[in-house]
Ligand binder design. Structure first.
Ligand SMILES: N[C@@H](CCC(=O)N[C@@H](CS)C(=O)NCC(=O)O)C(=O)O
Length: 210
């Protein structure tokens, strides 16, 4: 199994966390999102993923090469093929709440701070990004407070946390005032103690830069 990834890609980070949580071994292939205008736009990669984004999971199935793009689709595939340990809560309402939080990040924040998006933002790019990140994280925090537990939903780390932690890392890159998010900071502290989060962290990836 091969994961096309970039060390600082928040969407790839979610998948790295799911692979680590499930103990699935994989090869890491770095796709540099910045160098030479971004290797994701090169022909060899566009042929694999027409969205020109990471992450992308590639593996052989019945003698054919199969590829899955989009972090949430990849995580669902890993969950379907290797359900134990699960990356979602057990109870249906909790699962839906974890998905709700994951989507706040996946559809409500991350696409608005993606390099391809902010290339097309004409005014203050940092202001644009920090607005959407702050708005999304405040909503996330309000809901996480309601859903309760040591993590975003309940007492076990789930895919919601795997979406949250990289987004907090990006919030710092855009200089957000993190003191507005005390609940999220507590969740982040708990996640940082887990090996799955430690191994998935950008600093631990083969293409990490200082
Ligand atoms: N919704 C997609 C988003 C993927 C995505 O936006 N990836 C970013 C890195 S986090 C990317 O490859 N960006 C390349 C670009 O903007 O050119 C997912 O969850 O996989």
């Amino acid at each position: 199994m091969k994961l096309y990834s970039y060390w600082r890609s928040s969407s790839s980070w979610r998948v790295r966390w799911a692979l680590e949580t499930k103990g699935i071994e994989y090869d890491y292939e770095a796709v540099h999102l910045v160098e030479d205008g971004g290797h994701q736009h090169q022909d060899w990669y566009r042929e694999k993923n027409p969205m020109e984004q990471v992450p992308l999971l590639e593996f052989e199935q019945d003698g054919e090469v199969t590829r899955i793009g989009q972090s949430m689709a990849i995580i669902e595939y890993l969950e379907d093929t290797q359900p134990d340990p699960s990356v979602w809560p057990d109870e249906p309402t909790d699962r839906a709440h974890a998905r709700q939080l994951a989507e706040i990040v996946n559809s409500g924040i991350q696409p608005l701070q993606n390099p391809a998006t902010f290339k097309r933002v004409e005014n203050d790019k940092n202001k644009w990004c920090s607005h959407w990140i702050r708005q999304g994280l405040l909503a996330y925090q309000k809901l996480a407070r309601q859903f309760g537990g040591h993590f975003s939903v309940g007492d076990r780390a789930t895919t919601a946390d795997a979406c949250l932690i990289p987004q907090m890392y990006n919030a710092r890159r855009f200089d957000l005032d993190m003191s507005e998010f005390p609940v999220l900071l507590e969740i982040e502290d708990r996640c940082s103690e887990l090996r799955s989060f430690q191994k998935a962290h950008p600093s631990q990836q083969p293409d990490a830069q200082s």
